[in-house]
Each structure stands twice: as structure tokens, then as C-alpha cells.
Design a protein around this ligand. Structure first.
Ligand code: B4P
Length: 191
């Protein structure tokens, strides 16, 4: 079972993925978390990614595809996975489809959040005040929204065209309320 959690920056991907993982027994794999951990450890990948992430840009496709391929090939990683923040470009989506097809799998569902941009910006600025994440500055947020609209949004159409079940979730409201919507929608698809 391979699920994707998809949406613009600040839509609640990481927040809700942790809950979906706990309730539906899927392994949560966040490319953003992986990159932040590489930055923190000062690895070669981290050094390459740090400046790009800080500016709100996407790291190069080949870098992130290499990371995800390595993880999905790891025999210790469960085959029941919830991918958070990946794929973020068409090239990443095609690479993921290829990796899964070579094992006889495909993406089973996409949870896609809808949240107005004004609310996204408010949430990210609030997080900036609380956590001080390097990419939650006003300039970086503007760039992340731009990258989402120009490079990432098309990934959803790619999966719609491939007849993958896309579960649209209204991401506005309390965290528990949003999770309730996901819970009932995933229940209906037999998770
Ligand atoms: P991510 O870590 O994926 O960052 P994000 O889009 O901001 O989502 P996140 O999961 O952290 O936040 P959430 O919406 O849950 O990526 C960071 C960067 O890494 C990217 O910009 C890029 O540079 C790089 N990257 C990662 N993957 C990549 C890839 N595949 N290709 C290339 N580059 C890649 O939450 C946001 C805030 O809203 C939180 O403070 C949360 O508490 C709050 N919130 C959530 N739900 C809420 C609700 N219902 N109500 C109120 N607040 C809520």
C-alpha cells in the first residue's frame, strides 16, 4: 500500500501524516524531514540542500529521487508507506511510478489538501514565530507557494489521469477536525 499526502506548504501534510501513520499503520516518510536531518548532521546532501531550502526552492530532482529510491529499496522499510512531500514535480512522479512498477506496485491513493493561500501564509508565519524554521521567512514562503503552483500542482493531474484515487480534503479547521475528514474518507477506500 503506497499513499501520498499532498498539498501546498502549510496545508497540514506533516501534521496529518503523523496521525495517519499512527491510526492506519502506514510508515510516514517525509522528504522535508529527511532533508532537515541531513542539514542538521552537516552531511554532503545537507550542505547541498541547505541554501536551496532556505530560499524556498525545491532541491534538484536527481538528489531527492536518489534518496527516496534508496529508502524504498531498503528491505527493512515497510511496504505500507505514506509519502509526505514527494513527489513534488512531474519528473519525481514519473520516477516514483517507475520504482513502484518495477516491484509490481503503484500509488494506491493521494490525500490532497485544499487550503486558501492566506491561511497557509498565516500558519507558516505562526510556525516561524514558534519554531523558527529556516524556510518560514516571508520571502521563502512566497517562493515556496510559487514553486508549488508552477511545479507541484501538476502532479495531482498526473495521478488523476492515471486513475489513482485522489481524496480531496478540506484542510481548513482544527487539526482533529481535518483528521476526522481523512479518517472517514480513508475508511471508505478500505484502509
Ligand atoms: P516540507 O517539510 O514538506 O514542508 P511544508 O510543505 O511546509 O510542509 P510541512 O509538512 O512541514 O508543514 P505542515 O503543512 O504540516 O518541505 C520543506 C522543504 O524541503 C521544501 O520547501 C523543499 O525545499 C524541500 N523538499 C522537501 N521535499 C522535496 C522534494 N520532494 N523535492 C524537492 N524539494 C523538497 O504544517 C505547517 C504549519 O501549519 C505547522 O506549524 C502546523 O502546526 C500548522 N498546521 C497544520 N495543520 C493546521 C490546522 N489544521 N490548523 C492550524 N494550523 C495547522
Amino acid at each position: 500500500m503506497i499513499g501520498l499526502i499532498f498539498g501546498p506548504p502549510g496545508s497540514g501534510k506533516g501534521t496529518q501524516a503523523a496521525r495517519v501513520e499512527a491510526v492506519f499503520k502506514l510508515s510516514h516518510l517525509s522528504t522535508g524531514d529527511i532533508l532537515r536531518s541531513e542539514v542538521k548532521r552537516g552531511t554532503e546532501i545537507g550542505r547541498e540542500a541547505e541554501r536551496i531550502m532556505r530560499a524556498g526552492d525545491l532541491v534538484p530532482d536527481d538528489l531527492i529521487i536518489r534518496i527516496v529510491r534508496g529508502i524504498l529499496r531498503d528491505p527493512d522499510v515497510s511496504s505500507e508507506v505514506l509519502l509526505d512531500g514527494f513527489p513534488r514535480t512531474l519528473e519525481q512522479a514519473r520516477a516514483l511510478d517507475g520504482m513502484l512498477a518495477s516491484e509490481g506496485h503503484k500509488v494506491d491513493f493521494v490525500i490532497a489538501f485544499q487550503v486558501p493561500e492566506q491561511i497557509l501564509v498565516e500558519r507558516l508565519l505562526h510556525r516561524a514565530a514558534v519554531e523558527g524554521r529556516a524556510d518560514d521567512t516571508r520571502d521563502a514562503i512566497t517562493e515556496r507557494m510559487h514553486e508549488y503552483r508552477h511545479l507541484t500542482e501538476v502532479v495531482l493531474d498526473h495521478y488523476r489521469k492515471a486513475a489513482v484515487r485522489v481524496i480531496e480534503i478540506d484542510g481548513v479547521g482544527e487539526v482533529d477536525e481535518v483528521f476526522g475528514r481523512i479518517h472517514s474518507a480513508l475508511g471508505k477506500v478500505g484502509r
